[in-house]
Design a protein around this ligand. Sequence first.
Ligand code: GLN
Length: 466
Amino acid sequence: MKQISIPDTTKASLDRIAAVNKKLNAIIYLDREKVLKEAEGTRRNVGGIATRGIPIAIKDNICVKDEPTTCASRILKGFKPPYDATVIRKLKNAGFITVGKANMDEFAFGSSCETSCYGPTRNPWNLEMIPGGSSGGSAAAVAAGEVSMALGSDTGGSVRQPAALCGIVGMKPTYGRVSRYGLIAFASSLDQIGPLTANVTDCAALLNVISGHDEMDSTSADLPVPDFTKSLVKNAKKLKIGVPKEYFPEGGIDKEVEKAISKSKDVLKSSGAEIVDISLPNTEYALSCYYIIAPAEASSNLARFDGDQYGLREDAKGTIEMHTKTRTAGFGDEAKRRILLGTYSLSSGYYKAYYLKAMKVRTLIKNDFLQAFKVCDVILTATSPTAAFKIGEKINDPLSMYLSDIFTIPANLAGIPGISVPCGFTKSGLPVGMQFLAKPFDEETLIRTAYTFEQNTDFHKKKPNL
Ligand code: GLN
């Protein structure tokens, strides 16, 4: 087998970016010379470790020391973090080459990657379509072969949904599995950093590198991290897969997506899995619950962006005027909508009626899952109710945009891990994704299930023609 040297891999990645990124707008910041220099340095350190020298793109809300980190927002223009996020430190220690920052919806608010201040990212399978969001740049970059892997963040589906829409693998680990230190917070009780990769094997390898307790993040779990690559076994025997009826509502899921999921169930059955019907009765409240809790946390987290410390600062006579002008000019419409929604539901007159109630519903949703996992090992659903939609189609209709995450949001509310794997294509050639969910800290079962499915299909081998 031909050995590829590390600078060659990096160069191949840089060349591919040069060839296709104008069409995609997936990578929004890249210092080619710095990347090549880093790659040279890495070659000197090669120690036979498989992860060495892999080019990886980083979502623009994860801090990379001395590189612009803007959350694709005007308000963070010019901000360069003075430190690396824990995941970045871990990647660098393992010899990965961070190749640029990936586009995203502003502050990770969105499902289409259209609200970025750098303009939308396009889906490599069809340039008129959205790549999904908010980690749309990360997903498109991997799908188009610009990089081997990418990191994204998932607060309500932002890793899994774009992975599904771009035909790649995306995982949201259990809340607490991966340190959030250096991830610019959207909703701190829901955010997790996760891998976007071309296949399940890469996903397990990347999860190995980024997982683990971190004293810089008190919500990271102090638990041993298994070697996830050991779960790359093609065997679904004795695996009980639950299919929740609430995730297949009449008229609420595209026919072609439903068909792909139904065929995928058969693939798993013939690999030895048992399919059982389950119920998650509080599913119907998940979206409303999320759109109280997530904006509430976001409004609080975004209060720090006021021109005093980071990024944009508008000229004004006094502090209050400066804050107002900076925030008015710096935030886009969706960010403003979230800040308003969140401030409203946290205000003293409405806190009990909205926020507190949503927190109670959140517990009910979590309990649904814990009940379900008494009768099954893993839950199977579609990742998103539709394949990729047209750029511009939903941008002025927030509710229909929010519905894109109806199947992914419950896992964030419950804190459980989820993975999306390619499971088919629509007639017009757009990828369809299937989601598996598992018990807290049982990413191993997710990987085993996803790997078994992948090894029995070839959807992950198809590449977009760019
Ligand atoms: N699309 C959802 C939202 O807009 C989820 C985003 C995310 O996971 N970051 O909030």
